[in-house]
Write a new protein. Structure first.
Length: 338
């Protein structure tokens, strides 16, 4: 099974965006060495703790510091942009970096109403915009009145991202791969996955459903250390619930004392698709997710305050995923020999 990274370029308390971007490049280079398949970044606006707002710019920067790993958007919030502009941006990325650029598309604005207004966008025809974008990146159309150059003929792979049934239905309709935001909004995961696989319409004769599961990972040398690292993300989500967004908080020893038990329980429900703890514990938890949802790929994320600890978490997770792949191969060999 392929495993990948979703990075929001977190800006920790005590740091700045420039350092967050340097950390992202460092993590990407390490992730490539550890065997990660993709490295995706997500568009968010007006958030003091996230440095990935200009997502296509950051994708190009990371792609320039890596060699073979796929680099892309997880995702671009298409309602914020003209489809032609995105086609040109990602066509340019593909022209520079070759066939290792991905384009994941989301429907959410990536910010609040003030952000949507500031971006000067009006209307919401997400299916129409997706179809228009696919046309720009598909076969060249010399007679078209508008062409994406660079872009046309690049066939940059397009994904649909979502956290509801809408995205699953749209991905199935277009015959596109689908990534579910289960790392922060898992409530509709089971039904969305069922609908996507049931209603999938292949766009090509060989087309078939391809599902990516998103999961948080907070891996460390001990279960206690993993739980401690997770408290930064728990605090960040608690602050978002109360409209008090800020930089990624430092971890705390007693999360209930910091945000209150009722809020912590609500946040944990949102973040329940998570693997937290030592390598052994993380392996068991990820194995349970894979068994339950049978993803074609798993993308791992984790908002961790200390950069060295974040590197170590993804390094442990890579080892765990390699072990799980080895276990699956052994099972297949055993089944074939019976």
């Amino acid at each position: 099974m392929k495993f990948s990274v979703l990075d929001l370029a977190p800006i920790p308390d005590g740091s700045e965006a420039a350092q967050a971007i340097r950390n992202t490049v460092d993590l990407a280079k390490s992730a490539e060495d550890w065997g990660y398949h993709r490295y995706w970044m997500a568009e968010h606006h007006n958030m003091p703790g996230i440095a990935s707002a200009a997502t296509s710019v950051l994708i190009g920067h990371v792609a320039g510091h890596t060699q073979k790993m796929r680099i892309g958007a997880g995702g671009i919030m298409l309602p914020n942009h003209a489809p032609l502009a995105i086609a040109e941006q990602f066509g340019t990325l593909a022209a520079i970096h070759g066939n290792r650029i991905d384009l994941g598309l989301g429907r959410a604005p990536g910010g609040d109403g003030a952000v949507y207004h500031a971006l000067r966008r009006g209307g919401d025809d997400f299916p129409g915009d997706v179809a228009e974008l696919m046309g720009y990146l598909g076969d060249p159309r010399p007679d078209a009145s508008v062409r994406a150059i660079p872009g046309e003929g690049s066939r940059v792979p397009i994904w649909i991202l979502g956290s509801s049934l809408y995205g699953a239905q749209l991905a199935a309709h277009f015959g596109l791969p689908y990534a579910f935001a289960s790392h922060f909004a898992p409530d509709a995961l089971e039904e969305a996955l069922y609908l996507y696989r049931r209603d999938f319409k292949p766009a090509t004769p060989e087309g078939k459903p391809y599902f990516m599961l998103a999961a948080n990972v907070f891996a460390a040398d001990t279960d206690a250390k993993g739980a401690y690292l997770r408290t930064s993300m728990q605090q960040a989500f608690a602050r978002m619930r109360t409209g008090k967004r800020g930089k990624l908080p430092r971890p705390v020893e007693d999360i209930d004392k910091e945000i209150g038990t009722p809020v912590r329980r609500a946040v944990d429900q949102m973040l329940r698709v998570s693997a937290v703890g030592s390598a052994e514990t993380v392996k068991r938890q990820l194995a349970e997710m894979i068994q339950a949802y049978r993803p074609d790929e798993i993308i791992l994320t984790g908002q961790i305050h200390d950069h060295a600890a974040r590197l170590r978490s993804f390094e442990i997770a890579a080892g765990v995923m390699a072990d799980l792949a080895g276990d699956q191969d052994a099972q297949l060999v055993g089944a074939a020999s019976r």
